[in-house]
Design a protein around this ligand. Structure first.
Ligand SMILES: [Zn+2]
Length: 228
């Protein structure tokens, strides 16, 4: 019902503040899933099949790094084709190069402690949530994401290379979709679903010192850290 969606955006809600948007229940979509490409192709496509995912959205900043293996851009597209799964790369769902650089500048530093890394990780996820929801307006009328959410797929998976969803921007993205689109559930798909090994969290990167309300993501304070 594109007319109704247009009204929701055009008149009742200022387009500069998508954090206040509530979009109606999509006609087909029930679940947005997160998945890592850091597993074997067998486990990856086995998981997609077991979870009845028919569309894969790549949210990586780049898909042409050396150890991408089956998830190297063209190979991934080909493998999806062979497994009858749709495949799209939506660049505006990836973190920016600046954000990644700022995080790694701290986290990869020799003298960085877990507090420094947790602060940098928190800044990274906040920095991601802000442009995705506000500046890039990824749920705007006619955006690639919105077209997909209101298309024919019941279950769509969003891909990144990070093993664990708590170490990845995809958790924020999925939370943001579920928060702003009615009737959509979130599922984090893991290799253990199809007999693989559960991924490990990269502590202390997982410590998120402040909640991200626009994505319903809560803070995860470091043990022993004094909170205000
Ligand atoms: Zn990631």
């Amino acid at each position: 019902m594109p007319e109704q969606l247009g009204i929701a955006f055009g008149t009742s809600v200022p387009t500069t503040d998508l954090t206040r948007v509530r979009l109606p229940r999509p006609p087909s979509l029930t679940t947005v899933c997160g998945i890592s490409c850091g597993m074997s192709a067998r486990h990856f496509f086995g998981t997609l099949e077991a979870e009845r995912v028919t569309m894969l959205v790549d949210t990586r900043q780049t898909a042409t790094y050396r150890d991408a293996r089956f998830a190297y851009r063209d190979d991934l597209a080909y493998a999806c084709e062979r497994h009858d799964v749709g495949c799209a790369h939506i660049a505006e769902l990836a973190p920016t190069a600046d954000l990644r650089a700022a995080y790694h500048k701290v986290a990869d530093g020799k003298s960085a402690g877990r507090e420094d890394r947790a602060v940098a990780w928190t800044a990274f996820l906040h920095g991601y949530a802000r442009p995705v929801v506000k500046d890039r307006k990824v749920l705007r009328d006619g955006s690639p994401l919105r077209e997909l959410l209101y298309g024919s797929h019941e279950r769509i998976a969003f891909l990144c290379a990070c093993q664990h969803h708590e170490d990845c921007h995809r958790r924020v993205l999925l939370g943001m979709i579920a928060k702003h689109v009615d009737g959509v559930a979130v599922a984090h798909l893991s290799p253990e679903n199809v007999g693989g090994i559960a991924p490990q969290l990269k502590s202390p990167r997982r410590y998120l010192l402040e909640a991200i309300p626009v994505a319903n993501v809560s803070a995860s304070h470091m043990p022993g850290r004094r909170t205000a």
